[in-house]
Design a protein around this ligand. Structure first.
Ligand code: HEC
Ligand code: HEC
Length: 245
């Protein structure tokens, strides 16, 4: 079952690095004159950075005020870090592109693209240039399905209702299209095992089976939540809430 762990890590690495553009000296140029507005961070223009029909904007997954709880980090103090995504993305452009291509299904932006210049100016406006220490990236990859089952069975379903609404409802109550896939209905989520739900939330999906099972729909575009964004106790309660529907 070590195999499963290795696949999880490989999958996450793939998602984090998708779209990295290589040398990015140009990342320091090209934004002259861009004014800080949230145009490409939330709403229709942001969604349009992704695949046609994508309804996930940056703001779907990232807060701007330092608060945790969404799958991605807060964008407060993000612009001047010396690396991103736990070191997998060397520049801000690489990090943004990993999300634009990996989660949203769009084309990578270039440093002198007006949409990137605008996004960058906006992120800079939320950031203190003195904050440069990269954020940690610590997804919870357990050894196998049994380990997720043991860690996440037995939550409090009543306590999970509000926690579900805060962490999952924005996508699953609305059938929000991420990249090209609508989030499955809340009602359908009870059909998954405890371990499958936990793996999905923690790693963006269980690894594709070694058999190449055609019925295995993962990995999908749903983002993962690190324990700092959603505690184990909260995820346990959410899963109990989904199973009790
Ligand atoms: C579907 C959810 C989703 C969308 C949409 C999304 N991101 Fe992300 N983003 C994530 C996740 C998950 C991570 C990895 C965890 C983390 O480091 O925040 C991440 C990481 C990042 C990072 C690196 C953060 C760090 O601490 O190293 C940046 C910067 C970023 N995203 C910017 C953006 C921008 C700008 C957009 C819109 C163009 C965007 N993201 C769209 C989910 C998303
Ligand atoms: C940014 C939007 C978004 C958020 C937030 C989100 N999901 Fe999802 N989820 C999706 C999409 C899209 C799919 C279908 C595509 C896929 O499987 O990735 C999905 C699929 C799933 C599946 C099916 C897994 C499988 O193996 O096919 C489960 C279970 C699930 N989500 C649970 C959750 C739970 C629990 C939360 C909250 C902790 C959550 N999701 C938060 C978008 C989201």
């Amino acid at each position: 079952m070590k195999n499963s762990n290795r696949w999880g890590v490989a999958l996450l690495a793939l998602l984090w690095t998708t779209g990295c553009g290589g040398e990015d000296d140009a990342d320091d140029a090209g934004d002259a004159g861009a004014t800080a507005s949230a145009t490409y961070f939330q709403g229709a223009e942001s969604m349009a950075l992704g695949h046609e029909g994508n309804q996930a904007a940056c703001a779907t997954c990232h807060s701007i005020d330092g608060s945790l709880g969404l799958s991605g980090s807060s964008m407060q103090n993000i612009a001047y870090l010396t690396a991103y995504k736990g070191g997998d993305a060397p520049t801000l452009l690489d990090a943004v592109n990993a999300c634009v291509t990996g989660w949203m299904g769009g084309e990578a932006l270039t440093a002198d693209d007006p949409a990137y210049a605008s996004l960058r100016a906006y992120l800079e406006s939320l950031s203190d240039a003195a904050v440069t220490e990269p954020n940690e990236l610590a997804p919870e990859v357990l050894s196998d399905a049994d380990a997720y089952e043991a860690a996440y069975a037995g939550g409090d379903s009543a306590a999970g209702a509000a926690k579900y609404a805060a962490a999952c409802g924005r996508c699953h109550d609305a059938g929000l299209v991420v990249n090209q896939v609508p989030a499955y209905s809340k009602a359908s989520l009870k059909n998954y095992t405890v371990s499958r739900i936990a793996q999905k939330v923690r790693t963006s999906g269980p690894p594709p089976s070694a058999m190449g099972d055609a019925a295995d729909s993962t990995p999908g575009p749903m983002p993962f939540f690190e324990p700092k964004d959603l505690s184990s106790a909260d995820l346990k309660d959410i899963i109990a809430h989904l199973k009790a529907q």
